[in-house]
Design a protein around this ligand. Structure first.
Ligand SMILES: *Cc1c(COP(=O)(O)O)cnc(C)c1O
Length: 387
């Protein structure tokens, strides 16, 4: 028998969260289309699983790797697919053209490559402007050259579909509004000398911006973490945002230790019992993706009841306190995060964010899809999301 650990991925919840993202975005006044951001193996949930679950409801999928994009095409995904960092080499470009991939262009080198590639058909372009995040994107002084490249593209007499894009640095922060406003102003100012830009579609918002600043939801939005039921905010939990958890990491208690006051638990003996304590040993450790730096006291659910971890997380196991849960024992079900145990809470205790917990789920943990939705309701969902 395999170890009792397992991750359940709730496809119905994923679909719910996607449709919620699109409805929230519509609060901005325009019916924005939403890229389902499925980079990093759909934030650890499984690329094809996530893409299949969103089936025909998603307006498009956004990710990083060309290979992953091609896998989506081969799996029958017909929607637009956007490469969030664009192409890296000229060879990539041929694949983009062949598989009908849309590309982010964030630097002049990419435009040069595109111009030299002389493709029969230009991929749709998201031109990324650096409005203050200072990670990727063209700056104002590069725009004249960029426009010249775009105008000179051999394919289809210009860019085959051009969208302007930028990324917010502080949409998730309390008091991030000033930064958003500043970035929007800078974005607009960059386009001052480019009158035709006013007619181009725009993509600005990630999950945090969709939820907090729906006015930034323009033609396309780019929800990521909210699809997976994680809150982008430190001060607002996922449930209150209407999000449902998608990944539930489950295990069981595989051993029990009854210890006296004064005894210690685990490596380094960092937990010292102050009373007679029933210690449950859970089949889950850092080699499964549970954060090693989660300190003792991190919340955990055993037999449907909350308790806390004790001492250090080991590679394959961790300890929890069952003293006040007399019904719990060997074989009791454990939820590390997910249903009934918000991943955001565990992440906060471990000094990180739910993004990292999800992405770090280890390959050795079997993943199972649950909550599958029939194609019929998927069509209904589409109609619902469009309202
Ligand atoms: C990852 C990513 C997103 C999604 O961000 P979330 O915070 O997960 O919603 C959106 N846009 C870009 C460019 C990204 O790289």
């Amino acid at each position: 028998m395999p170890r009792p650990i397992q991750a359940d991925v709730d496809l119905a919840a994923l679909r719910h969260n996607y449709l919620l993202a699109r409805r929230r975005a519509a609060r901005g006044g325009t019916a924005a289309r939403a890229w389902a951001v499925v980079k990093a193996n759909a934030y650890g949930h499984g690329l094809l699983r996530a893409a299949t679950a969103l089936g025909d409801v998603a307006d498009g999928f956004a990710l990083l790797d060309i290979d992953e994009a091609v896998r989506l095409r081969q799996a029958g995904i017909h929607q637009p697919i956007l490469l969030l960092e664009g192409f890296f080499t000229a060879a990539d470009l041929a694949a983009c053209s062949e598989h009908g991939l849309s590309v982010v262009i964030h630097c002049l080198d990419q435009l040069q490559m595109l111009r030299q590639a002389r493709l029969p058909r230009c991929p749709p372009i998201h031109l990324k402007l650096n409005s203050g995040m200072n990670r990727l994107g063209l700056v104002a002084r590069q725009l004249p050259a960029a426009r010249e490249h775009l105008a000179a593209l051999a394919c289809a007499g210009g860019a085959g579909g051009l969208t302007l894009m930028t990324h917010f640095a502080e949409a998730d922060a309390d008091g991030g509004e000033a930064c958003i406003r500043w970035q929007l102003e800078r974005f607009a100012r960059m386009l001052d000398d480019w009158p035709q830009a006013a007619a181009l579609p725009v993509s600005l918002a990630n999950s945090a911006a969709i939820l907090r600043y729906p006015a930034t939801a323009r033609d396309w939005v780019r929800p990521g973490i909210m699809l997976y039921g994680g809150s982008p905010f430190a001060t607002e939990d996922a449930a209150s945002l209407g999000l449902r958890p998608v990944m539930t990491l489950r295990s069981t208690i595989l051993a029990l230790q009854e210890i006296a006051a004064g005894e210690r638990v685990g490596y380094g003996g960092t937990f010292v019992a102050t009373r007679p304590t029933r210690v449950g040993i859970v089949a889950c450790g850092y080699a499964d993706g549970y954060p090693r730096h989660a300190p003792g006291g991190t919340p955990i659910v055993v037999g449907g009841q909350r308790t806390q971890t004790l001492g250090r997380v080991s590679m394959d196991m961790l300890a929890c306190d069952l003293t006040d849960l007399p019904a719990a024992g060997v074989g009791s079900p454990v939820v590390l995060w997910g249903e009934g145990m918000p991943a955001d809470e565990v992440a906060t205790a471990a000094g990180t964010i739910s993004y990292e917990l999800f992405c770090a789920l280890a390959r050795r943990v079997p993943v199972r899809s649950v909550g599958e939705v029939a194609q019929e309701s998927s069509r209904a969902g589409r109609a619902e999301g469009r309202e």
